[in-house]
Design a protein around this ligand. Structure first.
Ligand code: SF4
Length: 251
């Protein structure tokens, strides 16, 4: 069983790094957590900022994405170009159930009937798989992305996943990310230029119009605003029992 830091440790870390340079925070994380640190990315704008900053510190950091099998073709292609750009391999972590198995067990197009269950199967459970032997999870979520993220801390405990959750960009704004990718020539997912400020599975994302919030295009037709990795109706999302982890290998 991994040992989590105490609440006192977390308070100290949050106090020490509030207002600090993000690169200093990241250097400390890399030194402190070593090979048990992992970055989860969805290949969005802030995810690429965080990845680029980490790559300036070390190319040995574990980077993974949750491969639901339903991501945009642009995202799958972008993953390969990011790997090539940084000379790294990014783990794709798949759900226990293939899409065909999910359809057989739960019917066709589960996301149109019960997106919470679909996300639990295709995102939350694979996240637990991805982090089962890690101590710390880096995520690029920011406070300005949505009301549900307004109070996120730099460091917190995710007790359902038994990891330290680290949000180094918690206090960044959208404009800060845009400036960073421009100044550092960071690859940007082409979906952003096509009206998708936020995206996940193509089945559950539409482009947003002028004046709409960044996440307005997620799960259209449902009240759902989060997939459950970070927040789910005011409580942690269910984590289903793990079967055999499916982590893809580079062809
Ligand atoms: S975003 Fe949609 S398709 Fe993807 S896992 Fe969630 S409900 Fe399923």
């Amino acid at each position: 069983m991994k040992e989590l830091p105490s609440e006192q440790d977390l308070q100290l870390w949050n106090y020490a790094f509030t207002g600090a340079e993000t690169m200093d925070l990241l250097r400390w994380c890399v030194a402190y957590f070593g090979p048990t640190l992992a970055l989860g990315t969805g290949f969005g704008l802030s995810g690429m900022v965080l990845l680029d900053m980490l790559m300036r510190i070390s190319r040995d950091i574990d980077v993974f994405f949750l491969d639901t099998g339903l991501l945009f073709a642009e995202t799958y292609a972008f993953r390969r170009s990011v790997e090539s750009h940084y000379g790294i391999s990014i783990r794709g972590v798949r759900p226990t159930l293939s899409l065909e198995e999910q359809t057989r067990l739960m019917g066709d197009r589960l996301w149109e009937r019960d997106p919470d269950l679909c996300c639990a199967l295709r995102k939350v459970e694979p996240l637990a798989t991805a982090l089962h032997d890690r101590s710390a999870w880096l995520t690029a979520i920011r406070r300005d992305q949505s009301p549900t993220r307004r109070h996120i801390a730099l460091f917190s405990l995710d007790k359902r996943l038994n990891v330290v959750k680290i949000a180094p960009l918690a206090f960044w704004q959208e404009a800060d990310c845009r400036r960073y990718v421009r100044d550092h020539r960071v690859p940007v997912n082409p979906l952003h230029r096509r009206g998708y400020p936020s995206f996940g599975c193509h089945t559950c994302t539409r482009p947003v119009g002028p004046g709409e919030s960044q996440r307005a295009g997620r799960w259209p037709g449902f009240a759902k605003t989060e997939c459950g990795l970070h927040w789910h109706r005011g409580r942690p999302a269910p984590v289903l029992p793990l079967a055999s982890p499916q982590v893809d290998k580079q062809p």
